[in-house]
Design a protein around this ligand. Structure first.
Ligand code: HEC
Length: 218
C-alpha cells in the first residue's frame, strides 16, 4: 500500500474547494484517517505555546523580572523569622526573673502547660524526673542532656538565663556536654511555651530560684 500524499494536489486546498472530507489512503482494520489541515485556532494555540515557552524561559532564567521558587520560599521564611523575632522581643519585654518566679511558676495551669511541653519535647534527653537518666532493667542509664535537678546551672542560674538558653540552645562557642549541644528551641516553640517550660523547671526546683522571687535582678 503506497502513500500518495507527496504527489497530488494539496489536500487541505482540495478539501476546501470540494467542501469534502479527505481520507488518507491507508486503512487498518476498517479504521481510516482524515487528512485535513489543522484548524487555525489549534495551530495558533500550539505556536503560541511554543513562543510563550521561549519568552517565559528567557524572562525566568535570564532576567530578574520574576521571582524564582527559591526567592519566594526565602521571603516566606524571612517573614516567619521576623514575626518570631518580634514575638521574642515582646516576650522579653514582658518577663523578667522575678515575674517568672512570682507569676509564671506560681500559676499551676502555666506549670502544667510547661510540663506538657516538657513531656513531649524534653524528656528524651532530660528524663521525666529531670535527672537526665532513665530506668533500664533496674539501673539508671544516662541520657544525653544535663540533669536539671542537680542545682547546677552551666549557663547561669537566673530564670531568664534558663529562658534564653532554652530559646537559643547551646551557645555556638560552647563545646556542649560530652560533645552534645542542645538545639535552639525558639525555632520550634513560641516564647510563651518557653516561658512555661522555664516556669515548670522553676516549680520543680524552687529552692534554686528563691533569690529571684523578690528582686528585680536581670
Ligand atoms: C536531644 C537532646 C535534648 C533535648 C530533646 C533537650 N535537651 Fe536540654 N540539653 C541537652 C544537652 C546536651 C544539654 C547540655 C548542653 C551544653 O552543655 O551545652 C542541655 C541543657 C539544657 C539546660 C541547661 C541545663 C544546665 O544544667 O545548665 C536546660 C535548662 C535545658 N537543656 C532544657 C531543655 C528543655 C526545656 C528541653 C525541651 C524543650 C530540652 N532541654 C530538650 C539536650 C537536650
Amino acid at each position: 500500500m503506497s502513500d500518495s500524499s507527496n504527489s497530488g494536489p494539496k489536500r487541505g486546498d482540495y478539501a476546501r474547494e470540494k467542501g469534502e472530507v479527505v481520507l488518507r489512503p491507508h486503512e487498518f482494520d476498517g479504521i481510516q484517517e482524515y487528512d485535513q489541515k489543522l484548524p487555525n485556532w489549534w495551530l495558533f494555540t500550539f505556536y503560541g505555546a511554543v513562543v510563550f515557552t521561549v519568552i517565559y524561559w528567557t524572562v525566568y532564567y535570564h532576567t530578574n523580572l520574576l521571582k524564582t521558587d527559591h526567592q519566594i520560599v526565602q521571603e516566606a521564611i524571612s517573614i516567619v523569622e521576623k514575626a518570631r523575632q518580634e514575638d521574642l522581643v515582646k516576650a522579653l519585654a514582658s518577663i523578667d526573673d522575678s515575674k517568672l518566679v512570682n507569676v509564671w511558676a506560681a500559676d499551676p495551669s502555666i506549670v502544667a502547660a510547661g510540663q506538657a511541653t516538657f513531656t513531649t519535647n524534653c524528656t528524651a534527653c532530660h528524663g521525666a524526673d529531670l535527672s537526665a537518666t532513665m530506668e533500664v532493667a533496674g539501673t539508671k542509664a544516662p541520657l544525653p542532656g544535663l540533669p536539671l535537678n542537680d542545682h547546677q546551672w552551666k549557663y547561669g542560674g537566673k530564670p531568664m538565663d534558663l529562658f534564653k538558653l532554652i530559646n537559643a540552645g547551646t551557645p555556638p562557642e560552647s563545646p556542649g556536654h560530652n560533645g552534645a549541644k542542645m538545639q535552639a528551641w525558639g525555632q520550634t516553640l513560641s516564647p510563651k511555651q518557653i516561658a512555661e517550660l522555664t516556669a515548670f523547671i522553676i516549680a520543680k526546683v524552687p529552692d534554686d530560684f528563691k533569690a529571684y522571687a523578690a528582686g528585680t535582678t536581670n
